[in-house]
Ligand binder design. Structure first.
Ligand code: ADP
Ligand code: MG
Length: 193
């Protein structure tokens, strides 16, 4: 029901490949106390550094603890919000979201959202504040949020709510996809061309 886009677990996560990740914090979050405290988690880092992997692993752990979880890629959530609005179903959609204990919002900021889209998204984040937990993944450094999300005032207010009572996990370092591709290439016999 959470609609994760893939199945990822912490067992499959190689902390040695990503030494920047605060492992003790990840292990602590896996226990789920942040959900009871309505705290958020922000995963910040470049593409391919394991943000979605960790977000899904935490989401699956929360499901196993009996929490209601819903996973969205942010662009999909914004599309669904806009559609619901056009069909006059926005209240219903929002009340479905409000029933979740944890919303995972994956890839905030890859695509500049439209003004209305950004407003609807900020509304979800504002509604969740101190009522639900959010896990948000992003490749955007804080200083670039306004640029992508538009209105400085709205972005400021949203960031303020999101980052109050918030854990931050940074995944710096090299893309795991890139490293993995390189490793595969090395272990493959050279093809004749
Ligand atoms: P991001 O969301 O930061 O762009 P992903 O979480 O999608 O990155 O990671 C890209 C791919 O690499 C996924 O298949 C993921 O499972 C894998 N991956 C990333 N980091 C690790 C890691 N430290 N150990 C194992 N697999 C990893
Ligand atoms: Mg991702």
């Amino acid at each position: 029901m959470a609609k994760f886009t893939a199945h990822k677990t912490l067992d499959e996560f190689d902390f040695k490949a990503q030494p920047s990740v605060n492992k003790p914090l990840v292990l602590e979050l896996m226990k789920g106390d942040y959900l009871d405290a309505r705290e958020n988690l922000l995963l910040v880092g470049a593409s391919g550094t394991g943000k979605t992997h960790l977000a899904i692993a935490l989401g699956i752990a929360a499901c196993a603890q009996g929490q209601r979880v819903r996973f969205f890629r942010v662009t999909e959530l914004v599309t669904q919000l806009l559609e619901a609005r056009d069909e006059r179903q926005l209240l219903r959609f929002k009340s479905q979201l409000a029933k979740q204990h944890l919303l995972v919002l994956d890839e905030l900021g890859y695509v500049p959202a439209s003004k209305v889209g950004a407003e609807l998204l900020f509304d979800i984040i504002g509604t969740a504040y101190e009522r639900q937990s959010l896990i948000v993944t992003t490749n955007l450094p804080f200083e670039n949020w306004t640029e992508v999300l538009g209105s400085e005032r709205l972005t400021g207010a949203t960031l303020d709510r999101l980052t109050h009572r918030c854990h931050i996990l940074e995944t710096t370092g090299e893309s795991y996809r890139l490293k993995d591709a390189r490793r595969r290439r090395r272990s493959k016999p050279k093809s004749k061309s």
